[in-house]
Write a protein that binds this ligand. Structure first.
Ligand SMILES: Nc1ncnc2c1ncn2[C@@H]1O[C@H](COP(=O)(O)OP(=O)(O)OP(=O)(O)O)[C@@H](O)[C@H]1O
Ligand SMILES: [Mg+2]
Length: 270
């Protein structure tokens, strides 16, 4: 019976090309349950915006998917692999195909921008220095940073440049999927819009799948194909902006139809 269900799940995944499938995942710290039987799918080539109140567990879910937080129950399939059943080698292959931009400490402060971008290359690949330099410069260009940013340390960069450099590091190994935790927080609206545009461009040109945790309503409206809302320890609602506007949950209502609702009307309806 279980096998049959699993096979059906696999068929459904193949049909819609699910890159990440989270099923019934529960996470607790001591007595405190943060995620309770949460399920979520992310499809290939989409930009998924993941939103929810501060402290609701967005970063915890991300860290659980990355294997940094232990779940109490549930399954996570990433790039077709059940992570609990992966051998060390399979896990390493999956790790190589994903990139991450963490909410805090986006870069190593003691390393230059170029060295930061090369961290994943050093970890997973055995390349000569000259080739790593060449590749890192390409990533710099890809995220719109000038070459002279390469020898700088993070403390010498603006917030927007740090986010771009961190994105370049996340892209170091040409991943299938990138996880971005609040990539535009702390940026001014223009910098944030430019970052969103860059993410959209990378998705279009590289076929990248993007999982983006964000509080930024503009990002959700303009950059994301689909939105998932975390609340009550699970995904409350997922879908398009219109689905969000139709949702009766008080938090979703307040977020999407509160004071900033007029802004949504303008963005959607011109
Ligand atoms: N390692 C940990 N040990 C104990 N509790 C933790 C740990 N990590 C997170 N938590 C708790 O889990 C809850 C969810 O935290 P999380 O960082 O995922 O929130 P978030 O949704 O990302 O919030 P924000 O939008 O502010 O970033 C919080 O109550 C937090 O205190
Ligand atoms: Mg967080």
């Amino acid at each position: 019976m279980e096998l049959l269900t699993e096979r059906k799940d696999l068929q459904a995944e193949a049909a819609r090309d699910v890159v990440l499938s989270v099923r019934d995942v529960s996470v607790a710290f001591g007595e405190t349950t943060v995620l309770d039987h949460l399920s979520l799918d992310v499809y290939r080539g989409e930009i998924l915006g993941f939103v929810g109140a501060s402290g609701s567990g967005k970063s915890v879910l991300l860290r659980t998917i990355l294997g940094l937080v232990r779940k109490r129950s549930g399954t996570i399939r990433l790039l077709g692999q059940d992570l609990d059943k992966a051998t060390d080698e399979q896990r390493m292959r999956i790790d190589m195909r994903q990139g991450v931009l963490f909410q805090h400490g986006a870069l190593f402060s003691a390393l230059t921008v170029l060295e930061n971008i090369q961290v994943p290359m050093r970890e997973y690949l055995d390349l000569p220095r000259s080739l790593m330099d060449e590749l890192a410069y390409l990533k710099l260009e890809l995220v719109g940073l000038p070459r002279d940013a390469a020898p700088k340390f993070p403390s010498e960069l603006s917030g927007g440049m740090i986010k771009r450099a961190a994105l370049a590091r996340a892209l170091a190994l040409d991943p299938d999927i990138v996880f971005l935790d609040e990539p535009t927080s702390g940026l001014d609206p223009i910098g944030a819009a430019e970052f969103d545009e860059l993410v959209g461009k990378l998705r279009d040109t590289m076929g990248l799948t993007v999982y983006m945790v964000t509080h930024d309503l503009d990002s959700l409206l303009t950059a994301c194909d689909r939105i998932a809302v975390l609340g009550g320890k699970r995904v409350l609602v997922e879908g398009t902006v219109d689905d969000m506007l139709e949702c009766d949950d008080p938090w979703v209502k307040a977020y999407f139809r509160g004071k900033r609702a007029r802004q949504i009307d303008r963005s959607i309806r011109g």
